[in-house]
Design a protein around this ligand. Structure first.
Ligand SMILES: C[S@@+](CC[C@H](N)C(=O)[O-])C[C@H]1O[C@@H](n2cnc3c(N)ncnc32)[C@H](O)[C@@H]1O
Length: 182
């Protein structure tokens, strides 16, 4: 596919791991932001940030014209998914749902289809469902895959997939076809 523009957005977070005396502590991840058309759809009003100077005359004019806020910057602060978080599962590399939500809202409308390349914990799929977006995904790891299916079926994270209960007997897991779409 011809992708005329590739941008890098950045997710930043606080961290208390990964320190080294010989380099800066990594506390960000890059997000590849590709646009297949220069006239791509981008729904600023769905992700607008509050204006920083709402008493400024020009800002007040914009607000009077119905603008809800400023365009977010290309870097975003969201906390890492903490071990004690309600959304935490035993998946080792979860993306915070608030981050996924902002990205999905920025470029889709209800009913649109989101391709979530890697299902992981199913976190993004849950966000899609909550926002009324359809989705298509795949997950290669049978344990994560089973968790996704159960999460989608029940609408919650089953206790056995919580971080504190890591031992999921593999024989109990139903290995299903790898693609799920909705
Ligand atoms: C970084 S994690 C995704 C986490 C997800 N964003 C979340 O918040 O839960 C990447 C996932 O991709 C899966 N994966 C890696 N290679 C894959 C492949 N070729 N096909 C499908 N899934 C794959 C891994 O098993 C892992 O669960």
């Amino acid at each position: 596919m011809d992708i005329p523009e590739r941008l890098i957005d950045t997710w930043i977070f606080n961290t208390n791991v990964g320190h080294s005396p010989k380099r800066f502590t990594t506390a960000h991840r890059s997000i590849l932001h590709c646009r297949k058309a220069a006239h791509n759809k981008f729904y600023k009003e769905q992700v607008a940030q509050p204006y920083q100077n709402p008493t400024d005359r020009r800002i007040q004019q914009r607000m009077a014209q119905g603008q809800k806020g400023r365009m977010p910057y290309s870097w975003f602060y969201f906390d890492l998914v903490k071990n004690v978080s309600r959304e935490k599962t035993f998946h080792s590399c979860q993306i915070p749902q608030k981050l996924s939500e902002m990205l999905i809202l920025s470029c889709t409308q209800p009913g649109d289809v989101v391709l979530v390349h890697f299902g992981g914990s199913g976190a993004e799929l849950e966000v899609c469902r909550r926002l009324g977006r359809r989705f298509l995904t795949a997950e290669i790891d049978p344990t994560y895959h089973a968790m996704i299916l159960e999460r989608l079926r029940t609408g919650q994270i089953c206790e056995k997939y919580r971080l504190t209960k890591r031992t999921v007997p593999v024989k109990e897991l139903a290995i299903q076809p790898m693609l799920w779409s909705e």
